[in-house]
Design a protein around this ligand. Structure first.
Ligand code: GLU
Length: 284
């Protein structure tokens, strides 16, 4: 049972590779905050991408977290088990006329924006959608959907902002909320599942800070609570770049095989309980 006042955080890795030092930092920060705030820590596998996410990565992630000493107060929630919930959410947004079917392929969009250097892009780097479908009548949209051609569901950002008054989200343009091959985008599934897991506080990397305006827009449209948010620093490589799953040298299993202990990992990422606790004062 969830009591209304219970503080609930989550760690939400994608099992499409091994955890690296950046994930270790995020998991340890969440763990320290849960202890500082007296809450519970939930685990969610963000495995909507069925091509890239694999059960053996999930197993390895859980082993790494166990080794780090990060414990969870729930079983694993897998987003791959939640596709019906995402479908229902899209249906609700469609009923409100806040999403529309977008038929242009990625290649078509790329070709269109190719020679337009100042074409606007969202914080994830995707170009704003140039296709015409948002202006079609409801009847046209419905008949194109019935034709069976593949499409993505995109948020009509102007309509969403008109409805909520949340103008800061306009940096996102008409973002994709679901694709034919993946029934939800990160932004949709995270909002639906944070509500489903009754998450009250989220701490995640600074790179996701721009997502806050979009998530709060979606939460408002869907009448879901907005969890309190804090962002932690990112662990960078020697060249100052974000760590990547494809560079195995910072993978936890690799460092462990080379003889590193948990205290070595904490030293490498400059982690301390005090630093994590300072973040507790930064929740919005
Ligand atoms: N699955 C995301 C990641 O691995 C987590 C994002 C979040 O915490 O909202 O980066």
């Amino acid at each position: 049972m969830t009591s209304p006042s219970q503080i609930r955080l989550r760690f939400a890795p994608s099992p499409n590779g091994y955890l690296h030092l950046g994930h270790a930092y995020s998991a340890l920060v969440n763990d320290a905050l849960v202890r500082a705030l007296g809450g519970v820590l939930l685990i969610r596998m963000e495995d909507i991408d069925l091509e890239r996410c694999k059960p053996h990565f999930e197993t390895a992630i859980m082993q790494d977290l166990e080794w780090l000493g990060v414990r969870f107060d729930s079983d694993i929630l897998r987003q791959s088990d939640r596709f019906d919930a995402y479908g229902e959410t899209i249906a609700a947004l469609w009923a409100m006329d806040l999403v529309y079917p977008a038929f242009w392929s990625r290649a078509q969009i790329k070709a269109f924006v190719n020679d337009k250097n100042d074409w606007p892009r969202d914080p994830d780097g995707s170009p704003f959608y140039p296709g015409p479908e948002r202006t079609w009548s409801r009847t046209e949209k419905e008949s194109e959907i019935r034709s069976g051609k593949p499409f993505s569901w995109r948020l009509d950002i102007d309509a969403a902002i008109r409805r909520t008054g949340l103008k800061e989200a306009d940096i996102w343009g008409d973002v994709v909320l679901a694709r034919k091959d993946t029934p939800a985008s990160y932004h949709l599934s995270v909002v639906v599942d944070d509500a489903f897991q009754n998450i009250t506080h989220i701490v995640r990397g600074q790179d996701l800070a721009p997502a806050a305006s979009l998530h709060s827009l979606l939460q408002t449209l869907l009448e879901l609570p907005t969890p309190r948010l804090a962002h932690h620093r990112l662990i960078l490589d020697d060249e100052g770049r974000k760590l990547s799953k494809s560079d195995g040298s910072t993978a936890l299993y690799h460092l462990r095989d080379e003889g590193a202990g948990v205290e070595d990992i904490k030293r490498m990422i400059g982690f301390s309980d005090e630093e994590a606790e300072r973040l507790a004062t930064q929740f919005t």
